[in-house]
Ligand binder design. Structure first.
Ligand code: BJW
Ligand code: ZN
Length: 248
């Protein structure tokens, strides 16, 4: 039974990497990246908004979208799966969590050894000079919202996330690659594995001899690299694995 196998592997592992994507946050109420946007934003395509070109063409549209998402994330809470990830870190001290998510749900659940590959909704910076900027108060109604201006150069403030066509932060990418290279067990949770270079992380672990376990209700491109595919939801499977690995 693959879940028991995965729990045994977890119990015996010395270096665990948990690699997460948007599906990790889905059960907290944050829509995945490839789900249709809802409400106010249903007319838009997330892939088209998450680009430097979109921000340049219409900064108020893109900034408004990110402010709407920041407000959404602040209203929701980590779920039992986030807590299970923090419990893995507590049980296996040399664990690393690598997330593609720009929310702060892992931190709020207690994860400490955390790498954000695609930045954060909570770290805006100047689009012109790169200075970090304070988060403004959330707008009452976020639709189109003009971005604040930089104190240093008056440039527009942009979200501190990594858009398509932009480089990932090099320190984070090399720390993530190193953690994947050195782990003995990698969980890939709630990611479609479509976006590179992040999607290479499970392959790096597999090539260096680690076991790869995928948790996702749907098949993905990462099925091929996973030794064990657990078809199910993060908030159900992860706590179950932790309970089976370390029964009280
Ligand atoms: C559940 C669940 C539950 C649901 N439990 N699971 C090589 C080949 C081809 C293209 C490229 C390449 N290398 C680079 C590129 C270009 C591009 C790219 O990868 N494009 C692809 C679309 C093909 N990459 C880039 O541009 C990157 N930069 C780069 O490579 O720089 C060098 C370069 C420059 C110029 C030219 C070429 C190279 C940057 C990528 C930045 C990605 N940024 C985003 C937006 C962040 C800000 C924001 O959030 O707005 O990051 S895009 C978006 O995708 C977001 C996510 O982090 C990322 C990954 O998505 P994720 O997490 O996998 O989500 P989904 O929605 O796809 O999947 C959810 C999954 O959850 C599904 O499988 C569900 O089944 C599952 N699920 N409920 C468990 N309860
Ligand atoms: Zn500036």
């Amino acid at each position: 039974m693959p879940e028991r196998d995965a729990a045994e592997l977890l119990r015996d592992a010395e270096r665990v990497v948990v690699f997460t994507g948007a599906g990790m946050s889905a059960e907290s109420g944050v829509p995945t990246f490839r789900e249709a946007l809802t409400g106010l934003w249903s007319r838009f395509d997330a892939k088209a908004l998450a680009t430097p070109e979109a921000f340049e063409a219409d900064p108020a549209l893109v900034w408004g979208w990110y402010e709407w998402r920041r407000a959404l994330v602040q209203r929701v809470r980590p779920h039992a799966g986030h807590e299970a990830v923090a419990a893995i870190e507590a049980q296996v001290p040399q664990s690393v969590v690598i997330t593609q998510n720009v929310d702060d749900l892992h931190e709020r659940a207690g994860s400490r050894s955390l790498i954000h590959l695609h930045g954060s909704l909570f770290a805006p910076r100047c689009a012109a000079c790169g200075s970090s900027a304070a988060l403004p108060p959330l707008p009452e109604k976020s639709d189109r919202v003009a971005p604040p201006r930089c104190d240093d150069c008056d440039g527009p403030i942009r979200p501190g996330v990594v858009w398509f066509g932009e480089d990932l932060p090099s320190g984070e990418l090399s720390a993530a690659t190193e953690a994947a290279f050195g782990c003995d067990l990698l969980f890939s949770v709630g990611t479609s594995g479509l976006v590179y270079p992040a999607a290479e992380i499970p392959y790096v672990a597999a090539r260096s001899g680690a076991t790869v376990v995928q948790i996702n209700p749907e098949p993905t491109t990462l099925d091929a690299v996973a030794d064990i595919n657990l078809r199910g939801k993060a908030a159900e499977i992860l706590p179950d694995l932790v309970r089976k690995a370390w029964p009280r």
